[in-house]
Design a protein around this ligand. Sequence first.
Ligand code: GMT
Length: 375
Amino acid sequence: MRIGVVGFSAIGGSGVIAQELAVGLAERGHEVHLFVPAPPARSVEPRARLSLHVVDAPAHPALAHPPYALALASRLIEVGREVDLDLVHVHYAVPHAASALLAAHALAGRAPPIVVTLHGTDVTQVGADPAYHAVIAHALRAAGARSVPSAYLARRAREVFGLDDAIDVIPNFVDLERFRPAPRDLSLLQDLFPGIEADAPVLAHVSNFRPVKRPTDLVEVLARVRRQLPARMLFVGDGPERVATEAHARALGLEGAVRFVGERADHAALLRQADLFVLTSEDESFGLAALEAMACGVPVVAYRVGGLEEVVGEDAGVLVDPFDPDALAEAALRILAGERASMASAARARAEHYRRAPAIDRYEALYARVMGGRG
Ligand code: GMT
C-alpha cells in the first residue's frame, strides 16, 4: 500500500508512535510518506520506501500565525496527486484530521480513506474546546476509522465527540531492544549527579513538561522521599513548566538533588540509571513514557488516572489516589525498601506485551478493513 502517516515531530508520545509506525510499515514493504512539521526529535533513519515530508508553514506579515493546518492539507494534496495514496493515517486529531479531510475533498475521486488515531489531549482538552470541537467532531465522523491507545480514551472520545462504538482500541507499543534493562552505568550516573554513592536511590521522570503533567508535584514527592533516603531525581525532556519545576526545587532547597537534562537522544540509557519512574499527571490516556520505563525494568509510581491502570496493571508499579504526593512518596519508599527487584522484572515482563509487531498487524488489519469498505 501507499500510506501517508501524519504526526508531530517534538518529543511526545503521539509523534513517537507515528514515526515508529511509519518505519515499521516501510520495513514491511509498504510505500510510506511521513508528514511532520519539523525533522523528528527522535531521528528517523533514512530507509527504503520511507519518504519524509517536512511541511513548511511560512509566516507572512498578513497572518497572525502561520496556518499549519492548511500547509499540511496542501502537501497531502500534492503528494496524493503525485503518488495516489491508498490511505492517510493521522496521529493526534488537531489539526491533522481536519487537514486530511480537506485534502481528501480536494482529491475527490482519488481521495484516500482516512484513519485517525486519537492520543489524549486532542480529546480531553483541545478537542473538547468549543473553539475546535465542531470541526474535529465532523472530521472524526467523516474518517474511515478511529483508533485510540486505551479503553479509557475510547470512553472519553465517545463522551466528548458523541461517537458511537466504532472506535478501535490499539494499545501503543515500545521498542523492546532500545528500551531494555541493563546494570547501572556508574560513569553516566556520576556525570548526572557528581559524587553520588553507587547505591543511592534515583527517581526519574520523562515528559514534555506541560501543565497536565503537574511537574511541581514531582519535586514534592522527592522532598518527602528525602526525609528518609538520600534520593535524587532526574528530569528528562522539556516544555512550558520546566522553569517553574526547577524554581520549585530550588525553593525547597533541593537543587543538589535534582538534575534537569532536557531532551536527550540517549533517554533509554538515562532511564536505566533509575530505580523508579515517577509520573504525577492529572490525566494520561496511555502513558508511553511509563511503558518505556517499564521496558527498561523500571517500576512506575503514579497517580491512578486515565489509562495508566491499563498499562501499569497490578505488578509493574503502584498507582495511588490523585493528587496526593504523600501517598506517592510512601509508595516509592515502600518499593525502594523491598519490592523493587521483583517489580522491575514484572515491569519488563508486562512491557513485553506491548511489542511493535502485533500493534502493526492490528493497524494493517484496520487499513484492510477501511480499504475494503471503500469498495
Ligand atoms: O495528548 C497529549 O497531551 C500529547 C500526546 C503526545 O503527543 O505526547 O500524549 C498523549 O499521547 C501519548 C501517546 O499515545 C500517550 O502516551 C499520553 O498518555 C497522552 N497524553 C495525555 O493523555 C495527557
